[in-house]
Design a binder for this molecule. Sequence first.
Ligand SMILES: Cc1ncc(COP(=O)(O)O)c(C=O)c1O
Length: 469
Amino acid sequence: MKEEKREKAIAELNYPEAPKMVTEYPGPKSKILWGEDFLLETPQRATGLAWVTAVEEAKGACFKDADGNIFIDGCSSIAVSSVGHCHPKVVQAIQEQAARLGHGFDLCTSMKVKLLKKMIETAPPGLKDSSFITLVMSGTDAAEAAVKQAKMITGRINIVAFEGAYHGVFGTANAMTTGAVYRKNYGPLMPGVIHLPYPYCYRCPFDLAYPQCKMQCAEFVDYQLNKPYTGKDNVAAIIAEGIQGEGGYVVPPKEWWPMMRKIADKNGCLLVDDEVQSGFGKTGKLWAIEHFDCQPDIMTFGKAVGGDQPVAGIFTKAEYGNKLATASQPITFSGNTISMAAALANYEIMLDPEMDLMGRAEKLGNEFQMMMKEAQKTIEQIGEIRGMGLLQGIELVKDPKSKEPVNRRAILGLLTGEMMSRGLWTVMAGRYGNVIRFMPPLTMRHDHFIWCIETIIDVLKSKRDELSR
Ligand SMILES: Cc1ncc(COP(=O)(O)O)c(C=O)c1O
């Protein structure tokens, strides 16, 4: 498909008039609904509390609220809507499947078989055509399933995770997650989780600079796992995110994943790649791990795989199947047929060579980097711009020399509120809450994409003084 034809097809997936604010943000109807919801749902949830809008419908990279305001979705509803909201092919697949068969507890369905074949055929090296899949309901479940299998396969009990990690909010997944807000008053957390430093080069835990550092952080993992008397024994798995997400879109240097592979092999433990956030096309390849020369033993997936439906799970190397007891993990809703149908349609859209959405993500990612780096020359609060494809983060600092993070409260109130009032939804991340994450649907219109970047730049310029305080 020629570029022009593809862009035309993409434009048709979106509201032509977006962004369009017909009321002030928040609009009056949204405010009332939001107030009701506030009392009905748990205060533990996140996004619904921070963004005062009641979403009624969505199309492509846009959503409409109860007041008729049309926003541009700069975060794919938290890394989920990669092919865009309500893609007509996904909607059709859901409608057709819903009329035939919704649920069939753990049974074989032709829809499930079709999807799993497609997934295994397109898995990254090491898992492609040589793995099996465990289906669960959420990314948290996927992390739990990975840990459970790693323990059962190795007969060992400890897990190495990394500082800055996010793997979920219950059980071992929560214990592997490092954000204080997720851990407070929940302890004692699941025992057996060891955290080691992550290659966060902008704020190197060893105060070194890449590449002169000679990958000190990875060498430290090797030391901890493979030298005597460190107390880090009986390790079942090393688990890390393909690219760290909640931790601030931190991309590890190219050597890091291959080094983790070698360390795991030397130790005899498994290597688990959590692709719940970084996976499914956003980085320009189907799986982020494909950018690195590394083959994990287990890989998790979730979020964008389901095409707006909750589909999550793990790939496991086929050779480990005989270590897992039959019927040791029944899950009522796993393999829900409507979700399988949505995911299959979603896969077909993502892998369509004519549309080449992943190639487009890579191209747009380069454009994002170029424009933001240009803006960085005049906005000194832009500390670092990093990412791959359409998974990009902008780390904000008060001052580029000291790298002191901007004030977390200032960010939420000032920046994201101002962006929403202009019609752009973005979400923050990072250990200090100071990273704007930009991960729009891969079907965002190009003019919308440029508008998003210009809006982010303009908002940063207009709030410069407040950010430096
Ligand atoms: C890397 C990673 N793993 C696991 C999870 C948990 O996924 P869920 O929210 O679907 O439980 C997330 C969610 O953001 C994630 O980013």
